[in-house]
Every structure is written in C-alpha cells, then in structure tokens.
Write a protein that binds this ligand. Structure first.
Ligand code: HEC
Ligand code: HEC
Ligand code: HEC
Ligand code: HEC
Length: 165
C-alpha cells in the first residue's frame, strides 16, 4: 500500500497512544467504582473522606424537634407544616453551641417573600394566599398578629395592636 494511506493511520495511533499514556499519568490510582457500586458513580476513594469533612449546614426539623418540641408540635399540622424551620431561621450549623446562621427575623419581608399577592396566577407560588403589602395592616409586623408556627392562630407572644380601618 502507498505511504499516503499509512501516514494518517500512524498519526491516529500516535494520538490514541498518547491519550492512554496521559490518562495513566493524570487519573489517580483510587479512581473507580467502590463498595457502593453505581450509587456514587466513578469517583476517587479519598474524595469520600474529603466530603465527610464538609460541615452540614441544614439539619432538618427533626433535629430542631429535640429541643424545640413546642414549636415543632405547633407547626406540624398547621398550614405552615410543609415549611422547614430553617427556611425562616437560616441554617442550623452548630446551633445552639455556635449561633451562626440562626436568627429571629420578625420583618414583614420574611413573610412577604411568600405572601405578597401576585398579579399573575399561573404559578404554584400564586396558590399561597396573598395580601397586598401596601394595604394589609401596614403599621405592624406580621408576627404582631399572626403566629408564624401556626398562622391560623394569633400570636400568643404579642397583643394585637389596635387596628383602625
Ligand atoms: C440541642 C438543643 C437544640 C437544638 C437541636 C436546636 N436548638 Fe434552637 N435553641 C436551643 C437553645 C438552648 C436556645 C437558647 C434558648 C434561649 O436563649 O432561650 C435556642 C434558641 C433558638 C432560637 C432563638 C434564638 C435567639 O436569638 O433567641 C431559635 C430561632 C432556634 N433556637 C431555632 C432552632 C432551629 C430552627 C433548630 C433546628 C434547625 C434548632 N433551634 C435546634 C437549643 C437547641
Ligand atoms: C414561617 C416562618 C417560620 C417557620 C417555618 C418557623 N419559624 Fe420559628 N419563628 C419565626 C418568627 C417570625 C419568630 C419570631 C416570632 C415573634 O417574635 O413573635 C420565630 C420564633 C422562634 C423561636 C424563638 C422563641 C419564641 O418563642 O419566639 C424559636 C425557638 C423558633 N422560632 C423555633 C422554630 C422551630 C423549631 C421551627 C420548626 C419546627 C420554626 N421555628 C419554624 C418564623 C418561623
Ligand atoms: C416559604 C413560604 C412561606 C413563608 C416564608 C411564610 N408563609 Fe405563610 N403560608 C405559606 C403556605 C404554603 C401557606 C398555606 C397555603 C395553603 O395551604 O393554602 C401559608 C398560610 C398562611 C396563612 C393563612 C392561614 C390560614 O388561616 O389558612 C397566614 C395568615 C400566613 N401564612 C401568614 C404568614 C406569616 C405571618 C409569615 C411570616 C412570619 C408567613 N406566613 C411566612 C407559606 C409561607
Ligand atoms: C394588625 C394585625 C395584622 C397584621 C399586622 C397583619 N395581618 Fe394578616 N391578617 C390579619 C387579619 C385580621 C386577617 C383576616 C382577614 C382580614 O381581615 O384581612 C389577616 C389575613 C391574612 C392572610 C390570609 C388572607 C386570605 O386570603 O386568606 C394572610 C396570608 C396574611 N394575613 C398575611 C399577613 C402578612 C404576610 C402580614 C405582614 C406583611 C400580615 N398579614 C400582617 C391581621 C393582620
């Protein structure tokens, strides 16, 4: 066969060969499928230890329940039952030892994120009962009247301010 036929073939072989060599150099020895099979896909075994060191930010309502059972019991069967504690209070991190993240936000903005009346009705968000923030008792924080851990009740912590219409 003529040289011009062999030449491209050598080039292709050289490229494939160098890819294989580069691969053995670059891919770490512990890369592969480990005990859990396809569960975590292909990964470095040592990467599992790296991930275990990442601090968990969110701990879920089950963890809050251990110490704040009153709030947990109030909210669980209320219209706010599907909202995680940490959605309003921020991530737990190492609360209560280390209070980073956790906060009590009594601003109207916290509630308006979900309850500002939407002018368009075609999203799931629009199914949440909405109020017009410029008309609905503008003189007070929402939690002065509504109890956030069960919004069907008035807030036991506050006395409702006099509402003049
Ligand atoms: C190991 C027990 C424990 C767990 C678990 C726990 N807390 Fe607390 N929490 C406390 C203690 C203790 C306080 C301080 C009480 C006080 O100051 O009256 C506190 C205070 C708070 C406060 C008030 C903070 C402030 O500035 O006054 C909030 C809000 C709160 N926790 C929310 C949560 C949420 C949400 C979770 C779950 C993600 C959670 N807690 C899990 C023990 C716990
Ligand atoms: C819809 C938002 C929202 C959710 C969800 C929520 N909270 Fe709260 N939480 C608040 C607000 C707002 C306050 C402040 C209320 C006030 O000052 O009247 C508060 C106050 C608190 C306090 C302070 C103590 C007190 O008596 O006021 C604790 C503790 C607390 N929440 C724990 C929790 C836990 C635990 C959960 C989940 C089971 C949870 N919260 C879910 C909004 C929320
Ligand atoms: C993450 C979104 C979210 C946040 C934040 C939130 N809510 Fe809600 N709220 C809801 C959902 C969802 C419902 C239930 C809707 C339904 O099932 O019809 C609801 C229901 C309500 C209701 C109607 C209760 C009834 O009688 O049916 C009131 C009042 C209310 N919330 C007040 C508040 C107040 C006050 C705050 C701030 C402290 C707040 N919400 C924060 C999502 C939210
Ligand atoms: C002064 C007390 C007061 C304050 C402050 C207040 N509300 Fe209300 N809210 C009420 C009362 C009373 C109702 C019952 C219906 C009405 O009178 O509008 C109500 C009804 C609602 C409803 C139910 C609407 C429906 O269609 O079912 C939502 C949601 C709501 N409020 C959210 C909020 C939010 C969010 C804030 C803060 C931005 C807030 N409220 C501030 C007293 C208050």
């Amino acid at each position: 066969m003529k040289n011009h036929v062999w030449k491209p073939l050598y080039i292709v072989l050289a490229i494939v060969g160098s890819i294989l060599i580069i691969r053995t150099v670059l891919v770490p020895n512990d890369f592969g499928m480990h005990e859990r099979g396809y569960m975590y896909g292909w990964h470095r075994k040592s990467n599992e230890a790296d991930w275990k060191k990442v601090p968990v930010k969110y701990k879920t309502a089950k963890v809050c329940r251990e110490c704040h059972k009153d709030k947990y019991d109030d909210i669980k069967d209320s219209p706010h039952g599907s909202i995680s504690c940490e959605n309003c209070h921020g991530p737990n991190y190492n609360h209560p030892q280390d209070p980073v993240g956790l906060k009590i936000d009594t601003s109207r903005a916290l509630c308006l994120r979900c309850h500002s009346l939407l002018p368009y009705k075609n999203s799931a968000r629009a199914k949440i009962p909405g109020i017009n923030p410029d008309k609905h008792y503008t003189q007070a924080e929402c939690v002065m009247c509504h109890y956030p851990h069960d919004p069907t009740r008035s807030n036991p912590k506050h006395r409702r301010p006099e509402v003049k219409s």
